[in-house]
Design a protein around this ligand. Structure first.
Ligand SMILES: NC(=O)c1ccc[n+]([C@@H]2O[C@H](COP(=O)([O-])OP(=O)(O)OC[C@H]3O[C@@H](n4cnc5c(N)ncnc54)[C@H](OP(=O)(O)O)[C@@H]3O)[C@@H](O)[C@H]2O)c1
Length: 215
C-alpha cells in the first residue's frame, strides 16, 4: 500500500518503520525536508519530501503532527486528500495539576476537526493508544497475543485500508464504531497515559470477564 506520513518525529518513524518493514511504500513528509530525509533514511523508507508530496503519494495518509497543529496542516492539504484514508493518531492532551486533560473538552475530537478541515477525506482515528516504542516491536505481541488496535471510522473503504495496515504489522484490528466515537479513544489515551505516568499498568485494569462457576 502507498502510505504518506505527515510529520518526521517519533510516531512518523515508529509507524513508518513498521510499515516499511512490512513492505509498504512509505513517503515521509515534513515542513523541513532535511528532517524528512533523515527520518526516511533512518527507517529505510524509499521516499521523502514536503507535506504536500507525502499527501499526494499516499492512498493512506498518517497525520503524525501535534494535535493542536493537525487541523491546520490537514486543512492546507485538503485538495490532496479527496477520497483518501487519513489516519489520525494524535492525542489532544495537556498536563495539568490534575493529570492529563483533553484540549477538546471531550465533546468533540481532533479526528472530527480533521474531518471538518478536509471534508472530502475519509478520516480514521487509530494508533493513538500506544507509546511509539510499541510499533518498533516485530510483531507487537504480549503474552502470545497480538496487540489489538482500536479504530473509529465512518467509511467502509477507510476501515478496510486501516485493517490492512494493522494486520500487516502483526496486530489485530478492533473496530470501535464511527468517527463520532473518536473522542472516546482520545479520552482513553488521556487516562492510560496518566496511569503510565503514575507507574501503573493500564492493561491490568481491563481483564476479560471472569468465567463464572455454574454452581
Ligand atoms: N510519542 C508517542 O508515543 C505518541 C503516541 C501516540 C500518539 N502520539 C501523537 O502523535 C503525534 C506526533 O507525536 P510525535 O511523538 O511523533 O511528535 P514529535 O516527535 O514531536 O514530532 C512531531 C512532528 O510534527 C511536526 N510538526 C509540528 N508542527 C507542525 C506544523 N505546524 N506543520 C507541519 N509539521 C509540524 C514536527 O516537525 P518539525 O520537526 O519540523 O518541528 C515533527 O515532525 C502527536 O499528535 C502525538 O499526540 C504520540
Amino acid at each position: 500500500m502507498k502510505i504518506g506520513i505527515l510529520g518526521t518525529g517519533g510516531m512518523a518513524a515508529a509507524l513508518g518503520g513498521a510499515w516499511t518493514a512490512a513492505g509498504h511504500d512509505v513517503a515521509i513528509g515534513g515542513r523541513h525536508q532535511g528532517r524528512a530525509e533523515q527520518t526516511a533514511n533512518r527507517i529505510g523508507a524509499a521516499r521523502h519530501g514536503s507535506l504536500a508530496y507525502a499527501a499526494s503519494h499516499g492512498d493512506v495518509i498518517l497525520v503524525a503532527v501535534p494535535a493542536a497543529e493537525a487541523p491546520q496542516v490537514v486543512g492546507s492539504l485538503a485538495g490532496n486528500l479527496t477520497r483518501r484514508t487519513v489516519i489520525d493518531c494524535t492525542n489532544p492532551v495537556v498536563p495539568t495539576t490534575d493529570g492529563l486533560m483533553l484540549t477538546t473538552g471531550g465533546s468533540t475530537s481532533t479526528a472530527r476537526q480533521l474531518a471538518a478541515a478536509a471534508p472530502d477525506a475519509y478520516v480514521v482515528k487509530a494508533f493513538n493508544l500506544c507509546h511509539m516504542s510499541i510499533w518498533t516491536l516485530r510483531p507487537p505481541t504480549f503474552e502470545g497475543i497480538p496487540l489489538a488496535v482500536p479504530y473509529c471510522a465512518d467509511h467502509p473503504e477507510a476501515s478496510g485500508a486501516t485493517e490492512t495496515l494493522i494486520s500487516s504489522i502483526g496486530c489485530r484490528p478492533a473496530r470501535c464504531g464511527g468517527l463520532a466515537r473518536a473522542a472516546y479513544l482520545e479520552a482513553t489515551a488521556a487516562l492510560a497515559i496518566g496511569l503510565w505516568w503514575a507507574g501503573e499498568q493500564p492493561r491490568t485494569a481491563f481483564p476479560s470477564i471472569a468465567e463464572t462457576s455454574p454452581h
